[in-house]
Every structure is written in structure tokens, then in C-alpha cells.
Design a protein around this ligand. Structure first.
Ligand code: GLY
Ligand code: MN
Ligand code: MN
Length: 454
């Protein structure tokens, strides 16, 4: 396993010429791919909408922060509503840049303006200005499903959209550099919270706010809501209802699943830390060390040509083996998997494709088998993919209680489960880029440890 230095090679401040070159190559790649897809579908142009503000409630006048359509974000880092990209084979792309001139609010500045020289730019005041900019011929409209085409000549085209989603599965060097940089930005927050937790930090809301400060992000800018879970809260896989009060026990854990963005690209990282004293702490620490070890083995197993689902199956066997070694489960790994015992401790998928969406959709076209319904990556591993590897073990009452009451309850040492339950659980998550054969770990270069004593 190599540790990728994609953006670090551009450091300390990526010079515009290097970033420019990566971005230039990225745009050339997209132009060639889009031309082939449009020609294949006999479309003369595709119009991609950046998105529209979404109302928080029909009872007031506030909107959520904009998340641009990933097809739009694939071309440029502009987070502005009601912009439209017009893309036609053999033509320079046209950016219809919506600048409504509102005195109430304005969009954030783009992270770079390199895109400006790759596009013709036409300022519009609203989508009503789009009609004269539409070319003749068959025109496809790509947008959030809630945003109807603003003109009758524009038609949705599901198959074309599916192929554009598929295009995001394989990342260009520009995209890999952005995800690597997003990892570096997130690492500052993870380091800060590990130190704060080691020093006794015990209010989840405060830890969340410290993460935002350390990564210079506002809450809506994070790729997903930070998961900041002290102790038993880690048993809620997406715990975002931060505790406001202090969390006091002799020994406890912090599960932090938090990322950052760069040019619209996401990092998705989880670390699990332990502090305090006592026998149960030692047992939980052994669990964290075991998950750390098997997570790294699974990263090593991410090789070109292997079905990701196969790696997911291996993760269940490895977790079964670990639970047996720790005396939590009395059955061997094969039996524990076959009887759904590991599923009760590890109910989610091993990982997912990552890019402009935290859960990128291109690797999830094929539904997973019924026995692992939450797996979001069912592809063969291929060069150019970026995905997460995030095994975990949790003590979730709603899953463990039926196991305890059921026919396989005797396969579990419930005293050990009760000793571990106050720690909630452990998850360790890295972002991998698949090179020509094996993986570059974009996370470990900036965060060498997956967890342990804080
Ligand atoms: N942060 C959400 C996930 O790991 O998929
Ligand atoms: Mn993830
Ligand atoms: Mn995550």
C-alpha cells in the first residue's frame, strides 16, 4: 500500500500553474467523455443545472444551503444557484452564470477561478434568460429531480444521466488531488479533537464546534454533518444530536466521523479514541486495536479486479474472528457470519464510492445481496476509483437484544457485551484511491493512526 502525496507534491501552496495543468487535463477529459456520451445518445447538447435553493419548511421563508448537482460540480467549483452549463460536442462549454443581484444574500466565492478561461461565460439574472441561449436540436436537461426544465425543448434523459454518473466513478488526477487535500483539511480537525478529548473534553457540542474551527468550515460546508459520539452514543451510527451536558465516566471513547471539502470534493474519515482506566477500557482498547489491524488488512486487500462485495464479506469474517479472540462471541467466524451474529455487531456496509458526493452513486448501480442490504459499493475494484474502507463493531441495543433472545443468543458472552456497551462502538475509516494495481491511502498520509489511546 502506498500513501498518496498527490496534493502534497503541489505544496506548500499549490502553484497556480500546477493546479492549472491538472484542471486543464480534467476539463479536456470531461469534454472528450461528454462528446462521446452525447453522440452515443444522438443528443446535440446537454444543459446541466447547478441547483435551486430548497425551502426548509413551507411555513417560513428560509432555505437550506445549496448543494450543487454533482454533474455540475464535476466541471467547476461554483456554488451558485440557477447556473446552467451548456455542453455540446466540438464547442467550448458555455457557463450561464446566474447573478440575480439580490441584496439579501450572495453565493460564496469559488475556491479557484481557473475555470473562467475554459468556459464562455454569459451572465443571466434567472433561468428565464436561458431560452435564447438554447441551441437547436435534441437537448438533454440534467438537474435535481425536483427542478423541472425551464423550457419545453429540454428533456430529461435517464440513460444519459446514468452514464454521466458512471463517469464520476473513475477520478482524474485533479479530482484525486482535491480529495487528498480534503483529507489534509479534515486531518487538522481530527488532530484537534483527539487532543481535546485526551485533555478531558467531554461535551459533544463543544467538540463539534472545535472541529469546525480547526478545519475553517461552517456547518453547512462540511461534506456531511459531523458525527461526534462520546461513549454509548457511538452505537447510533450517525449520531448528530450532540450532547450539551458533560459526559463523565472513568473510561470512555470518542468516535469522530468527520470530513472536509476541497473544490467540492469530499473527505470521509472516522477515528475512534479511548481514555480513562479500568478493565473494560482494556477490553475496548483491544477491540479498537483489532479493528485497526483488520481495517489495514482490508485496505491491503483492495486490489484491481476484486469485487468490492468480496472485500465486504472478508470484513465480516475478520470481525467474527476478532470477536472470538476477545471472547465476545463463542462461535468461529464462519458460523458467526452464517448465523447473522456478526451482522448484529456490524450492520453497515464496508464502504462506498467517494467524490463530489460522500455516497457517490456510480458504484451502487447494482443492488447488494439481501444479506448485506446497506452495502453501497457493488463494483469490481478498478483503477481510478476512490472509495472508503470503514469496518466497525457496535453495541446497538436494538440489534443485540433480538440476538440475545433468539436461537443463537448462547453464542455471545453477554457479560462482555455489557462491559463494552458504555463505549458505544468503534469505526475506523480511510479513503482509498486505486492506482494501477493496488491502493493509495489518501487518509493515512495525514492521519497515520486509526485510533487507540487518545
Ligand atoms: N460519514 C458517513 C459515512 O461514513 O458513510
Ligand atoms: Mn463513509
Ligand atoms: Mn464516515
Amino acid at each position: 500500500m502506498r500513501h498518496c502525496r498527490a496534493w502534497a507534491e503541489l505544496a506548500p501552496e499549490p502553484s497556480m500553474t500546477q493546479l492549472d495543468q491538472l484542471y486543464h487535463n480534467h476539463i479536456e477529459h470531461l469534454q472528450a467523455k461528454y462528446a462521446a456520451i452525447l453522440q452515443h445518445h444522438q443528443c446535440d447538447a446537454v444543459l446541466i443545472h447547478s441547483g435551486a435553493p430548497r425551502s426548509r419548511s413551507s411555513h417560513d421563508d428560509q432555505s437550506w444551503s445549496l448543494r450543487v448537482t454533482p454533474h455540475f460540480g464535476h466541471w467547476l467549483p461554483l456554488q451558485a444557484a440557477d447556473c446552467v452549463l451548456r455542453l455540446a460536442p466540438g464547442q467550448r462549454p458555455l457557463l450561464c452564470w446566474c447573478q440575480p443581484g439580490s441584496f439579501w444574500e450572495g453565493p460564496p466565492a469559488p475556491e479557484h477561478r481557473l475555470f473562467e478561461k475554459h468556459f464562455d461565460i454569459q451572465v443571466i439574472r434567472s433561468l428565464a434568460d436561458l431560452a435564447p441561449l438554447l441551441p437547436a436540436g435534441k437537448l438533454a436537461w440534467v438537474a435535481d429531480s425536483r427542478d423541472a426544465p425551464p423550457d419545453d425543448r429540454l428533456q430529461r434523459h435517464a440513460e444519459l444521466e446514468r452514464e454521466l454518473d458512471e463517469l464520476r466513478v473513475h477520478k482524474t488526477a485533479y479530482e484525486v488531488a482535491c480529495i487528498a487535500e480534503a483529507n489534509a483539511r479534515a486531518a487538522a480537525g481530527h488532530d484537534e479533537l483527539r487532543r481535546a478529548f485526551a485533555a478531558g473534553g467531554n461535551i459533544e457540542l463543544e467538540l463539534h464546534l472545535r472541529y469546525l474551527l480547526a478545519t475553517s468550515q461552517d456547518d453547512p460546508e462540511t461534506p456531511y454533518k459531523n458525527i461526534v459520539a462520546l461513549g454509548e452514543h457511538a452505537a447510533v451510527l450517525h449520531h448528530v444530536a450532540y450532547g450539551r451536558g458533560t459526559h463523565h465516566t472513568d473510561a470512555t471513547s470518542l468516535l469522530l466521523d468527520a470530513g472536509a471539502t476541497c473544490m467540492g470534493y469530499h473527505a470521509d474519515i472516522t477515528r475512534t479514541w479511548v481514555r480513562g482506566h479500568g478493565a473494560s477500557k482494556d477490553l475496548f482498547l483491544a477491540l479498537v486495536s483489532g479493528v485497526e489491524r483488520l481495517q489495514q488488512q482490508l485496505c491491503d486487500g483492495a486490489v484491481v479486479g476484486r469485487p468490492y462485495q468480496d472485500l465486504h464479506d472478508e470484513s465480516h469474517l475478520r470481525i467474527g474472528q476478532l470477536l472470538r479472540e476477545l471472547g465476545v462471541v463463542r462461535a468461529g467466524p464462519e458460523e458467526a457470519v452464517a448465523k447473522d451474529v456478526t451482522f448484529a455487531f456490524y450492520p453497515h456496509g464496508l464502504g462506498h464510492s467517494l467524490g463530489l458526493q460522500t455516497h457517490d452513486v456510480g458504484c451502487a448501480r447494482i443492488a447488494p445481496r439481501a444479506d448485506n442490504p446497506w452495502l453501497r459499493n457493488t463494483r469490481i475494484i478498478e483503477s481510478g476509483q476512490v472509495f472508503t474502507i470503514e469496518p466497525g463493531v457496535y453495541f446497538i441495543p436494538g440489534l443485540l437484544e433480538p440476538l440475545r433472545q433468539g436461537p443463537h443468543g448462547h453464542l455471545v458472552d453477554w457479560q462482555r457485551v455489557e462491559a463494552l456497551a458504555p463505549f458505544g462502538g468503534v469505526r475506523i475509516e480511510d479513503d482509498l484511491h486505486i492506482g494501477t494495481r493496488a491502493a493509495d491511502n489518501l487518509t493515512r498520509i495525514v492521519l497515520p493512526s486509526g485510533g487507540g489511546v487518545a
